[in-house]
Design a protein around this ligand. Structure first.
Ligand code: SAM
Ligand code: SF4
Ligand code: FES
Length: 360
């Protein structure tokens, strides 16, 4: 039976999109299977109101595993001497996008570590080349912390969206997860600059990162409410064997799904992916993510020979498959739960293409 207090909290969240800190905390701490089912039912109502049974596809190209940063949780961190490093050339990245376009992808997510070997001109040239050849596509960048001027340049070249998870909005936890020279303050500065420039922005956090408490999660919900991002990416923390967090426990599929349900009720129109990390801790994680309220999936378009090197955490899925296999696999998985993948840019409601101010 759904516990009465949590039913009331879910009804209030459904009606108002927000709760007091105390109610959010109890909603999370006092959850059980029944309250989760009730939450997901409500989340699917909100999901269907805006998106129907449509799921947006984004093709992700992991174009470099070099990183100058040293996040304690990530397998690509600078101090991991065992990480295999690669970077793709513009022509190789273009080939991935071309292939993705043929499979029906109309958004490309260009993701990498913080790799200083690409100049700003290289990034702009890449954006311009993709847009010139595939003008019906959106480009999402996920290449880390930069200056406002750099973000402006990429936007002027035609980049549409930017993913930069805030990771945690609690200063103390942020410092536990990062070295002293990486600050929450700068992360937030980046997100605000990106939003002011005009990007569709994506924030988000790992679930059950080492040391994370329910209070930290509530702080994240309040931070997101304040920021109002267009996209929200969350996934379980998963340890990587060559990081300081190698012996920490992975986050659970259960709490990640519950947080997805809460986020859908808080942000009915947001673009929320069922992430690869969720698919890694549970074979059916991405399907369950959609059924908990997510509406985006991000199959991998990276070349097969480098996939195993973009290893953020242990046992990452899809490292042995190619773009065609992932693409077919995901549309089949969505069909099996009554959802349909669509060929569209899938912009945030009210947002769309913008004119580039540069030329090649
Ligand atoms: N370097 C860019 C950045 O940090 O924004 C983009 C790439 S980074 C690998 C993308 C995301 O991977 C991070 O925001 C982080 O949340 C996630 N990630 C890294 N290590 C992880 C881990 N061990 N478990 C789960 N997610 C992880
Ligand atoms: Fe680098 Fe991003 Fe990994 Fe941090 S999370 S080490 S910035 S790739
Ligand atoms: Fe890559 Fe299923 S999505 S094999």
């Amino acid at each position: 039976m759904v516990q009465e207090d949590n039913k009331r909290r879910i009804d209030e969240l459904f009606a108002n999109g927000f709760l007091s800190k105390e109610d959010f905390k109890k909603l999370i701490d006092e959850r059980n299977n029944e309250s989760a089912e009730y939450l997901f039912e409500k989340a699917r109502i909100r999901q269907h109101e805006t998106f129907g049974n449509k799921v947006y596809l984004r093709g992700i190209v992991e174009f470099s595993s070099y990183c100058k940063s040293n996040c304690l949780y990530c397998g690509l961190r600078r101090d991991n001497d065992n990480a295999e490093r690669y970077h793709l050339s513009e022509e190789e990245i273009l080939a991935c996008c071309r292939q993705g376009h043929a499979f029906g992808f109309r958004t490309f997510v260009l993701q990498s570590g913080e790799d200083l070997s690409y100049s700003d001109e290289d990034i702009c040239h890449l954006i311009l080349s993709i847009k010139k050849e595939m003008p019906d596509c959106a480009i999402t960048l996920s290449i880390g912390e930069k200056t406002r001027e750099q973000y402006q340049m990429y936007y002027d070249a035609g980049a549409d969206r930017y993913l930069l998870r805030h990771e945690t909005a609690s200063p103390k936890l942020y410092q536990k997860l990062h070295p002293a020279d990486q600050t929450l303050e700068n992360r937030i500065r980046c997100l605000k600059d990106l939003r002011d420039i005009g990007y569709q922005i994506g924030a988000g956090m790992m679930i059950q990162a080492p040391g994370q408490t329910t209070d930290d999660l509530v702080t994240d919900l309040y931070f997101l409410h304040d920021l109002q991002p267009h996209m929200i990416g969350i996934g379980p923390f998963i340890p990587h064997h060559d990081t300081p967090f190698r012996d920490e426990k992975a986050g659970s599929v259960e709490l990640t799904l519950y947080m997805l349900g809460i986020l859908r009720l808080m942000f009915p129109k947001a673009l929320i992916p069922a992430t690869t990390a969720l698919g890694t801790i549970d074979q059916k994680g991405r399907e369950m993510g959609i059924l908990a309220g997510a509406n985006v999936i991000m199959p991998n378009l990276s070349p097969t020979d480098v996939r195993g090197k973009y290893l953020l955490y242990n046992n990452k899925i899809c490292t042995g498959e190619d773009a065609a296999q992932c693409s077919l696999c995901m549309s089949g998985r969505m069909k099996s739960i009554g959802y349909e993948t669509v060929i569209t840019r899938g912009d945030a409601p009210g947002k769309g293409p913008h004119e580039a101010k540069m030329n090649i």
